[in-house]
Design a protein around this ligand. Sequence first.
Ligand code: ZN
Length: 282
Amino acid sequence: MNSSSDLGVRLELIDSCPQSRCTNLLQVCLMATIGFATVIGSSVCSWSQAPTWLVQHTASQFCIHSTVPLAQFERYLPSLCSLPTELSLTLQVSVAQEMIQVVVLENRESLDAYAHKILPGAPNRGALYIRHRGPGLVLTYFHDGWISDVRHECTHALLDVSGLTLPLWQDEGLAEYFETIGENPVGHTSHFHATRSQVRYGQVVDLQKLERMDSSSGLNAKEYRDAWSVITFLLHSSDETRSTYQKYLQDHQNKRGAGFLSHRLAPKIPSWRDAFSDFYRR
Ligand SMILES: [Zn+2]
């Protein structure tokens, strides 16, 4: 539950991983003074800010406020509602039951205008997750790739409310991973083939370089792809890599000093280059 008016609230915008997945993204942390007198019971749909919502609909733990008719996106809702369970089962972490507020606007211009209204100076993005002191807020607009965008941002939101404050590259890698729907989670439409192509040319993602990366200015397109490729490798290369990563995430969630992922993997993977290459050559 949050106060109805927030002054000097720390907001954190964690990208929008662009609709084209190829725009440089920023992580923007800023102190903002906002008159955001709208927010929000944590367990009910109680959003009350212009524009006039055509739809206020609760689906699982997502409270959806939309200017787009429900009929346009209702078919996608099962793929959104399943996301908390997917995270919990795949990562073997506890996912908080907290409500996530999801805004669906009719076009990109409306999204930009709305984002600026609630947060002057907000970057223009295809979708946004705004971390507030209260419930997470995901801003989207409806388009053909909406379900990917909303799953991506809601992954950020769910990790955040669940106390999984991860290095940015992992946060983005997981969001990229879970934005994909379908039976083949390895098959991210753009990242998979690009990663295979890189591997064919001997280019293997350097995990330690990712870990050392200064991500204060966000990730570029290649770093998004690299982050996805490492997360996907960890979750699908072998039972051992998956369980190692799950344990790492559990330690993060339980504030047990997770350390460097590469240090945990080193005894189990004699050659990162070989293992990574072999996985993407399959
Ligand atoms: Zn993201």
